[in-house]
Design a binder for this molecule. Structure first.
Ligand code: NAD
Length: 288
């Protein structure tokens, strides 16, 4: 069984991004700016944000970070408007999930689509349904790149995705089923209302799980030779991080597998930074 090492590949991508950032610093005297907005203080959100800041600074980006109160939705709206107009911020994200009861859709819609580094604005998500989109949400982009890097063919394959979130399952389904390089798969999308998901999983050439349930899927559910991509990040009592797929016995069944941690997670961060550089380059080019 091949280990699809997202940590290693993300490192290669980050080195390449760092070279491009340095190139822009030398010829324009400025580096891309990444904005990060967060509301509240849940520990998982803090960990994700700290990791994004660390990697962004490592490749030379300028980071603008604001952590707002979980009691003031309007303050976040004002911060989004501020970042939209900020000349040194080329792309920014609003870290999800937002505090319970907040209007996530309305807040994401206020982000300028030309600065939407996560690609969650409805305009950018909608463009994924066309075949000439240019910005992919980070996790689907990371999965697509990882499969390409390890030469795992997608075209003509049956891809089964468990989970239909706006940030993973649904955009990934659009990307993999689209008519473009890296697409052309036959995609089945499972969710919490799918009776007997195992019926689909055992027919998958490539299985992707983004359900957030530790060890929900077991080795005996997969077709021999299948590829499994585990997006889940679950914290067990005691603090250990684990995926949605139980690793036990996988090597006897699968041909390739993304570990948790060290698989999709690092790829997601690398793709967010690549999106930021892309938005910067579009702005710089647009001004010339
Ligand atoms: P979510 O948590 O918003 O929703 C879970 C999804 O799973 C829903 O669409 C639901 O319908 C589906 N689901 C639940 N039980 C199911 C079942 N038995 N069969 C099929 N589908 C089922 O989804 P999310 O935000 O995409 O997060 C999912 C997991 O992925 C979480 O563990 C999250 O931490 C992780 N995640 C990881 C990354 C990364 O970079 N590795 C990025 C985003 C999310």
């Amino acid at each position: 069984m091949k280990r699809l090492d997202g940590k290693r590949f993300a490192g290669i991508i980050l080195n390449d991004l760092a070279r491009r950032v340095e190139h822009w610093r030398q010829i324009k005297g400025r580096v891309p700016g990444l904005g990060i907005l967060r509301a509240g203080d849940d520990p998982a959100g803090r960990m994700y944000v700290e990791n994004k800041i660390k990697r962004a600074e490592q490749i030379g980006l300028k980071v603008f970070y604001r952590n707002l109160s979980e009691n003031d939705e309007q303050a976040l709206v004002r911060a989004v408007e501020d970042f939209n107009g900020h000349p040194d911020i080329d792309g920014f994200i609003v870290q999800l999930p937002l505090p319970a009861g907040w209007n996530t859709r309305s807040i994401l819609e206020k982000i300028d689509p030309a600065k939407d580094a996560d690609g969650f604005h409805p305009l950018n998500l909608g463009r994924l349904l066309t075949d000439d989109f240019d910005l992919m949400p980070a996790t689907p982009a990371g999965i697509s790149e990882l499969l390409r890097h390890y030469k795992i063919p997608v075209a003509g394959k049956h891809v089964v995705i468990a989970g239909r979130s706006r940030i993973v399952g649904r955009p990934l389904a659009a990307v993999l089923a689209g008519r473009h390089p890296g697409g052309n798969a036959t995609v089945t999308l499972l969710h919490s209302h799918t009776p007997e998901p195992e019926e689909y999983i055992h027919r998958a050439d490539i299985f992707v799980s983004a359900v957030g349930i530790p060890h929900r899927w077991k080795a005996e559910m997969f077709k021999p030779g299948a590829v499994a991509v585990d997006v889940g990040i679950n914290t067990l009592p005691g603090g250990k991080i684990t995926g949605d797929i139980d690793p036990q016995g996988l090597e006897k069944v699968l041909s390739a597998y993304t570990p948790v941690p060290g698989g999709v997670g690092p790829m997601t961060v690398a793709m967010l930074l690549r999106n930021t550089l892309y938005l910067f380059e579009k702005r710089v080019a647009g001004k010339e």
